[in-house]
Design a protein around this ligand. Sequence first.
Ligand code: SAH
Ligand code: MG
Length: 386
Amino acid sequence: MQSASYKTIETPIGPLTLYSVDDALVKIEFSDKTSDNAFEYMKSRFGDYEITEKSAVLNKTEEELLEYFSGKRRDFSVKTRLLASDFSMKVYERLLRIPYGQVTSYSDIARDIGFPKAFRAVGNANNKNPIPIIYPCHRVNARDGQLSGYAGGTSVKRRLQELEQNVLMRSRDDIISQNELFNPGVTAYIRSFLREDEKYREILSHAAENNIPVVKPETASLLKLICAVKRPEKILEIGTATGFSALIMADASPGLQRLLTIERDEARAKKAEENIKDSRIELRCGDALELISGIDEKFDLIFVDAAKGQYYKFLEMCLPKMREQGIMIFDNVLYKGITADLTAVKHKNRTIARNLKIFTDMAMNDDRLISTILPTGDGVLLSVLK
Ligand code: SAH
Ligand code: MG
């Protein structure tokens, strides 16, 4: 006969009751006591058992869960046993591939496992997930990004998502690699309201995997807002990378006739061509410093997100390309805070920072412009032509 065991533990999201059969964890319930449901589930799936007091796997589960809640653990190593229909098993296996701190939607999972129309069935499988937290069904939201049901309650689901995002933001490596200007907790808080539309998911994950820069979420949201207010007909972008910000701006500009975007890196430009399926957007591959003077058009909005050491040149070159009351947006002007503290940085960065400072002086003091600096994302400088 198999041996089964259970254990109730206290956690920051309330008590959990854990169940094991032999050496595997089989169930977690959001409850401070055992339930008949759980025992019936175990019997029907795994056969008869005898209850034993001690269970090494439950002790290990408790340890790993507490590490998870304290932000020290992102993946679980405890042995689990799950038995469900083929379809549900596909869903549960897919859950394990949602990265820590990220969310996906029921319909995306349905598509990924080859049943694009079965998003409701995916939702049902999620509701019945026997081993929540470890099989992270809390990382699945409705398609519009709204929190949807959760066995432990939606407030617990929100807390789990926030916990993971805060951990990501707080971890030193992430702070350095993401170069936040602010208290990472504040950044994580702002970002919890800024989930990007699913349609950009592939571009963003490709960029993350391949170290391709993209505007930060706060900057993307500012770009959308400016496009909604300004309603540009013509946009010039310098620094396409793989097309994320170009698409964001095009999608947010109802009256857009044309967006010209320039990228000097051939591989990135090629990837951007694949990503951009919008006939209003034209991509040119080349150095903007050489191409701009040959452009015989004027723009309502110019977005500069390219080599920071060249911003003062871009400012000069772009001014004559602006329509009246046109707006220029320069990203990364605070450069991880380095521009504010020139003494502390390495030589190469110092040159870039010095050039950025020259640019900032020019933009802020030019009589033709009204300019301001926003500490948004990596620092954004906005200039409107008077
Ligand atoms: N705007 C993009 C990210 C751009 S990253 C987004 O948010 O999706 C900056 C890009 O500018 C890099 O891909 C780099 O190759 C390009 N770049 C830098 N200097 C450039 C120049 N002088 N001309 C054209 N592209 C340039
Ligand atoms: Mg940038």
